[in-house]
Design a protein around this ligand. Structure first.
Ligand code: MG
Length: 160
């Protein structure tokens, strides 16, 4: 059994006039995340963890922010493309675990929906997809609600 681990991190700025989408789930909030795509910071961290596990680079390499075809892109669709890269190489996701750091809104009511949405995109069971939420105790940029960041770790396996 071959095993690979990958980790990913992302942060996006919170601004007025943008939707707030985390883990493919749209949340009601007066601020949203700024970015070239839909700026789904959680899904981006997961994509970087998947790519990192196989040393394939990062999402900026596959979906450059300078490329107009990714303007407003649905990050769940990008995640499915990254998943294909993993599967095509004979690897499977054992599990992934994530942390979203957001002062507001309260993420707890949406965690199960995010886990199900991400699991469906990756053809996993929700039990294989961990999503945890925390605040930054009003410290630093995320604590001042200037942005939301996310961390992800993924474990890949491959039969010999
Ligand atoms: Mg990003």
């Amino acid at each position: 059994m071959n095993i690979r681990i990958g980790n990913g991190y992302d942060i996006h700025r919170l601004v007025l006039g943008r939707p707030l989408i985390l883990g493919g789930v749209r949340l009601e909030h007066e601020l949203g995340l700024l970015g070239h795509s839909d700026a789904d910071v959680l899904t981006h961290a997961i994509m970087d963890a998947l790519l990192g596990a196989l040393s394939l680079g990062d999402i900026g390499h596959f979906f450059p922010p300078t490329d107009p075809q990714w303007t407003g892109a649905d990050s769940i669709e990008l995640l499915k493309q990254v998943h294909s890269l993993i599967i095509d190489r004979g690897w499977q996701i054992a599990n992934l675990d994530t942390v979203v750091v957001a002062e507001r809104p309260k993420l707890k009511p949406h965690i199960i929906a995010m886990r199900h949405r991400l699991a469906a995109a990756l053809q996993l069971l929700p039990e294989q997809v961990g999503v945890k939420a925390t605040t930054n105790e009003q410290l630093d940029a995320t604590g001042r609600e200037e942005g939301i960041c996310a961390y992800a770790v993924v474990l890949l396996t491959k039969e010999d």
